[in-house]
Design a binder for this molecule. Structure first.
Ligand SMILES: CC(C)(COP(=O)(O)OP(=O)(O)OC[C@H]1O[C@@H](n2cnc3c(N)ncnc32)[C@H](O)[C@@H]1OP(=O)(O)O)[C@@H](O)C(=O)NCCC(=O)NCCS
Length: 203
């Protein structure tokens, strides 16, 4: 579970762009349609400068894009009004943590879910996770998993609302990867909860 740019790594591709009515947020007396206007799609090479301008973490995104080009994962980016507003990396490779390889062999991982500051709490994070799940389900994956730092209660609420549940094998130590200015990686250990979701539908 290599993290990137300050994210735990615990981490497939069908286009998921286009309007998605399921992401329209309705609140009492107000309709917030931000999420319905976003498009979510795998990053293209030409997108990288805009992604880095909006989200920073140049080395992380360059590295993830290379992995996507090698068919090792999918860097999904959410766009609003021509600008990136969030991302998630879908990790399709063998997991780095032995616990994941042992208990969840071949299960894809969500990594580095992020929504830009100032655009949070508008259901964009929810839409990104749902887009990743659709992408994985379309590729035939039955489950998806992710690691979440023990103190990240906000993200935990989001995932639990979306049907993710903690596995029964306890917390695991993962490495938190920080990409340094020269592109080198520095790793720090961190404890994570592992959340899993079944992607199968009843029908
Ligand atoms: C975690 C993160 C990606 C969530 O993104 P987000 O776009 O804010 O997520 P959502 O808007 O879908 O959901 C967040 C909350 O806003 C609420 N919300 C969404 N749209 C809303 C609206 N129109 N009106 C009121 N509330 C709304 C959701 O119900 C949710 O409530 P909760 O805090 O009680 O769970 C974002 O906070 C982030 O980038 N955090 C830093 C990185 C991080 O921790 N990543 C997770 C790693 S595992």
């Amino acid at each position: 579970m290599r993290n990137g740019g300050g994210h735990r790594q615990l981490a497939g591709a069908q286009r998921t762009d286009g309007r998605d009515e399921s992401t329209v947020v309705r609140t009492t007396g107000t309709i917030t349609t931000v999420a319905s206007d976003i498009s979510i799609r795998p990053a293209a090479g030409a997108d990288l400068p805009a992604i880095i301008e909006a989200l920073g973490q140049q080395h992380f995104f360059a590295e993830r894009f290379r992995r996507q080009q090698d068919g090792r994962g999918v860097l999904l980016v959410a766009w609003l009004d021509g600008r990136p507003v969030g991302d998630v990396y879908v990790w399709l490779e063998r997991a780095e943590e032995w616990q994941l390889r042992e208990h969840l062999p071949g299960i894809p991982l969500l990594n580095h879910l992020e929504v830009v500051d100032g655009m949070r709490n508008r259901a964009i994070g929810t839409a990104i996770v749902e887009a990743a799940e659709r992408l994985l389900a379309a590729q035939g994956f039955k489950q998806v998993a992710l690691g979440i730092r023990l103190d990240n209660a906000g993200a935990a609420r989001l995932y639990e609302r979306l049907g993710y549940a903690e596995w029964e094998h306890g917390h695991i130590e993962t490495s938190y990867v920080v990409f340094l200015a020269d592109g080198q990686e520095d790793r720090e250990p961190e404890m994570c909860r592992i959340l899993v979701k079944d992607l199968r539908t009843d029908d």
